[in-house]
Ligand binder design. Structure first.
Ligand code: HEC
Ligand code: HEC
Ligand code: HEC
Ligand code: HEC
Length: 496
């Protein structure tokens, strides 16, 4: 009898455990079903928090990009940059990229975008918003691309308000990956690469990133209403390497600005991350951006995509180690070495190019002619384009190490050529002993180029305490912004 009771107790316990297990499996299955199902979110719902109730894990991991909030003032770290960008916005303020969550704030905060006082003041065009927000494809859809690309960025101060989020990479109706910025497809077709309509699922895991992490320029285009639009265009018609794009820009005589000291017609490289990646071992093997930056994650029985896009080295177990069989330690050592090699050539290039600008400035001052200077300016233009290309395509030293070193090598060569020519010109005009001033701090460099830093900061503060507050209120009234979504976010900049 006693034996029977024990047996009964054990059986009941087992049944109880099994029932709990089944319930838990069902619960997980239920959750997996929700993840795989398609709740009805509006097509142009750009408020990221509206997705939380349907996709809590993706939303919560996306929100973690908020934790990458450090401001790294690159001008302070490398004061030569101020001279390299003299006469252009980047000499005012330039920080390393941080989490996607900050894309909107950083665009409003940077001294480069100035201090608008109404919807018509600049200095930057609407195109500046293009890679910052899901509100951009929403507006392109509502108003058409040409209208979107017309005017100054302040025009959309109360419309473009939510940082990079769900609708940038997904169609909320199906949650499939989708790119809604037409210029990427135009670029792919111009380059003879696979257009989006034919992209495989694996390729789409890179394409969603390539809509923003690419080289581009603002092409002046008739907007059909008697005005000009500044249309984001990928310069890929000749191909996607640094040499191809250099040729493309030269052929159309394009310049982003004229250098304040050397008078060179300059190019500013944006961030050709995708193009560089194509030349590296991972790009060539079709390892996608998402494979490393958005690994799968398991929580209990649920498998989902980690949306905390950041540094894959902080999570090597789920990223690198799914493919590589060496130890984490040895991989990290390899990467550190790659970075060191890049940094050595990166620093040497900057010093050479900055000296070339200053020597060219001196050459103009002592009477050099346009004909004498033309070949020098061409070398400087190409040298800086190449140096910038290798470092603005963050972090190409890892994505494409050999190409990065090749590009930096040619930057050094071209800067050297410019300086040999300059030495002859300076000698001819009796300035052979000219030595360019050393550039040892951001402040000193900004002084050399005559930049009114304090005034820029003062104007920016007025903008932030005035018009910006109105923008947020209007956006809330329009129903496109939920102030809760940015509550408690620290306002970090390089200047306060
Ligand atoms: C920068 C692009 C990007 C952004 C922004 C983004 N996603 Fe994703 N999402 C992806 C990629 C890539 C995948 C993997 C898709 C695949 O391989 O099928 C994915 C997968 C998903 C899936 C499918 C299930 C899974 O976990 O794999 C859901 C649901 C999802 N995302 C929800 C969201 C939500 C909600 C947001 C906004 C809070 C968001 N995503 C923002 C790129 C993005
Ligand atoms: C809508 C445009 C857009 C899309 C889509 C996009 N990015 Fe970004 N990304 C940016 C911008 C802008 C920044 C810089 C944000 C800042 O500093 O405020 C950035 C920053 C980053 C950073 C730096 C993060 C940090 O914490 O330092 C990484 C890594 C990154 N992106 C990878 C990706 C990957 C991988 C994808 C595709 C899965 C992707 N991005 C899709 C625009 C985009
Ligand atoms: C093989 C893995 C891998 C692939 C594929 C990959 N990345 Fe990365 N990515 C990394 C690693 C590792 C880092 C961090 C390197 C470092 O700075 O130490 C990184 C860093 C970045 C950064 C941050 C730069 C910064 O300064 O904060 C961006 C942006 C980025 N990747 C974009 C992309 C894009 C876009 C793609 C696809 C075109 C891509 N990555 C493909 C591994 C990868
Ligand atoms: C989806 C698979 C996959 C993932 C994930 C992946 N790799 Fe790779 N990796 C490859 C392949 C494939 C190659 C090329 C191997 C070859 O050519 O023999 C490669 C090559 C490399 C190389 C040598 C080539 C070079 O560029 O120097 C290094 C280093 C490397 N990977 C590091 C990493 C790191 C670090 C990570 C994580 C951030 C990572 N990989 C993630 C598949 C992957």
């Amino acid at each position: 009898m006693k034996k029977f009771k024990v047996l009964l107790a054990v059986s009941l316990l087992a049944i109880g455990c099994l029932t709990a297990l089944i319930a838990s499996i069902n619960e997980k299955k239920e959750e997996q079903k929700i993840i795989n199902s398609v709740p009805q979110v509006e097509r142009w719902q750009t408020k990221n928090e509206e997705f939380k109730k349907f996709y809590p894990r993706q939303y919560d991991s996306w929100k973690k990009t908020k934790e990458s909030d450090d401001i790294d003032d690159m001008l302070k770290e490398y004061p030569e940059l101020v001279v390299l960008w003299a006469g252009y916005g980047f000499a005012k303020d330039y920080n390393a990229p941080r989490g996607h969550f900050y894309a909107i704030e950083d665009n409003r905060n940077t001294l480069r975008t100035g201090a608008p006082v109404d919807g018509k003041t600049g200095p930057m065009p609407t195109a500046c918003w293009t890679c910052k927000s899901p509100d951009v494809p929403r507006i392109m859809n509502e108003q058409g691309d040409l209208e979107y690309f017309t005017g100054k960025w302040a025009k959309y101060g109360s419309d473009i308000i939510n940082p990079i989020g769900c609708v940038d990479c997904h169609n909320p109706k199906t949650m499939e990956l989708q790119v809604n910025r037409k210029y990427l497809d135009d670029g792919l077709k111009a380059a003879g690469l696979t257009p989006l309509a034919d992209a495989t699922h694996q390729e789409m895991r890179t394409m969603v990133c390539a809509q923003c992490h690419v080289e581009y320029y603002f092409k002046k285009t008739d907007n059909g209403k008697g005005g000009k639009a500044a249309v984001v265009t990928l310069p890929w018609a000749e191909g996607t390497t640094v040499d191809d794009m250099e040729r493309y820009y030269d052929n159309i005589d394009f310049k982003d600005w004229t250098h304040k000291i050397s008078k060179t017609p300059m190019l500013k490289t944006q961030h050709p991350g995708y193009e560089m990646y194509l030349t590296g071992a991972h790009g060539k093997n079709n390892v996608s951006c998402a494979d490393c930056h958005m690994p799968y994650k398991r929580e209990g029985g649920v498998k989902y995509t980690d949306h905390n896009i950041g540094n894959p080295l902080e999570n090597m177990e789920n990223t690198c180690m799914t493919c590589h069989r060496v130890s984490e330690k040895s991989l990290l050592a390899t990467i550190a070495e790659k970075k060191k090699r890049k940094t050595e050539l990166h620093k040497k290039s900057m010093v050479q190019i900055a000296a070339a600008h200053l020597e060219a400035g001196k050459a103009w001052e002592v009477g050099a002619t346009e004909a004498e200077m033309a070949p020098v300016l061409k070398d400087i233009r190409h040298a800086q384009w190449r140096w910038d290309y290798a470092v603005a395509s963050h972090p190409a030293f890892f994505h494409a190490p050999e190409e990065t070193l090749r590009v930096l090598g040619t930057a050094l060569e071209k800067a050297g050529n410019a300086r040999i020519k300059l030495a002859k010109i300076l000698a001819k005009y009796g300035a052979a002993d000219y030595v360019a001033p050393s550039i040892d701090s951001k402040e000193k460099a900004q002084e050399i180029i005559g930049l009114p830093f304090d005034k820029l900061v003062e104007d920016k503060k007025k903008f932030k305490n005035g018009l910006l507050i109105e923008w947020k209120k209007e956006a809330e009234k329009k129903g496109v912004y939920n102030p809760e979504s940015t509550k408690g976010v620290e306002d970090k900049t390089s200047y306060n």
